[in-house]
Design a protein around this ligand. Structure first.
Ligand code: URA
Length: 271
């Protein structure tokens, strides 16, 4: 309503806007990042970023120019290698400008659980709840993950949890190969700094990225593989993602088989 109580838009316009918002949400555009559109192509190629005229509201974030793909990969490798502690790695990620998801996510979702744990669990990317709270696996999938862990007497005090991509992709879409490869040096370094004795990859995306395979999750799950942690081989297992199990509850039996494999390996390494 305007100051003199006239409706600012007509009922037809309101309906059209509601329809447009619904359409955006269905296309995966489910949050407003800024009042102004920004040109995120590299500044050095195009000169100063050009602004497209837009209603004049103050920008809520200072836009940073995106790095080119090669520059992003190099910057990720350098930044990850420089980190000597998890805190330093977190700081490097906060300063990293090589993954476009950072611009649309609310915040970095770095990790949860115990950094001294012998088991590290890696998922794909944060969802809406994780993005809101800044912790991985706190939504419905996370609640199921907690139940799965409890079934073999584990909880967040004896596991460390993170995601290959630490920023939420809009609309919870799968991260693109470019986004994943931009973040991968950080995940590899995170694993090196935690030094787990067992790695658990949740879902196809984390499994394929960390174990370097194109095999489907139904074929690769439940079997032991080796993850090369900077020269030290550690046992790694792929499990079905809890978000998938929420959609396919009849497949929980496979998750239970995989959890039993994990429990056996814990016993073997003397956990
Ligand atoms: N799915 C993931 O892969 N990670 C999360 O943190 C939440 C859902």
């Amino acid at each position: 309503m305007t100051a003199n109580s006239e409706p600012a838009i007509s009922a037809d316009e309101a309906r059209a806007l509601a329809w447009l918002l619904r359409w955006y949400a269905e296309m995966g555009v489910d949050l407003a990042v800024d009042a102004e559109p920004h040109n995120r192509l590299p500044e050095k190629d195009l000169g100063e970023p050009r602004r497209i005229a837009a209603p004049h509201e103050p920008a809520t974030r200072t836009p940073q120019p995106m790095l080119s793909t090669d520059a992003a990969a190099q910057s990720a490798r350098d930044a990850a290698a420089a980190a000597q502690t998890l805190e330093e790695l977190r700081a490097e990620l906060l300063a990293f400008e090589g993954c476009a998801l950072k611009a649309t996510a609310t915040q970095l979702v770095f990790a949860d659980g115990n950094p001294d744990a012998e088991i590290m669990i890696v998922g794909e990317a944060p969802g809406a709840e994780e993005d809101r709270l800044g912790r991985p696996f706190v939504g419905r999938a996370g609640q199921l993950l907690d139940k799965m862990l409890a079934a073999i007497s584990l909880d967040r005090r004896n596991v460390y949890i993170a995601n290959v991509v630490p920023w939420r992709p809009p609309g919870n879409r799968t991260p693109t190969p470019l986004e994943t490869s931009a973040c991968l040096p950080f995940m590899r370094r995170q694993i090196e700094l935690v030094r787990p004795k067992i790695l658990v990859c949740l879902g196809a995306a984390a499994t394929q990225t960390l174990l370097g395979t194109r095999e489907g999750i139904m074929r690769i799950r439940g079997r032991w593989h080796e993850y090369d942690m900077a020269g030290t081989k550690i046992p790694a297992i792929a499990m079905l993602h809890p978000a998938y199990l929420l959609r396919q509850p009849s497949h929980k039996k496979f998750a239970w088989q995989d959890l039993r494999q994990l429990a056996k390996m814990m016993q073997k390494i003397g956990n």
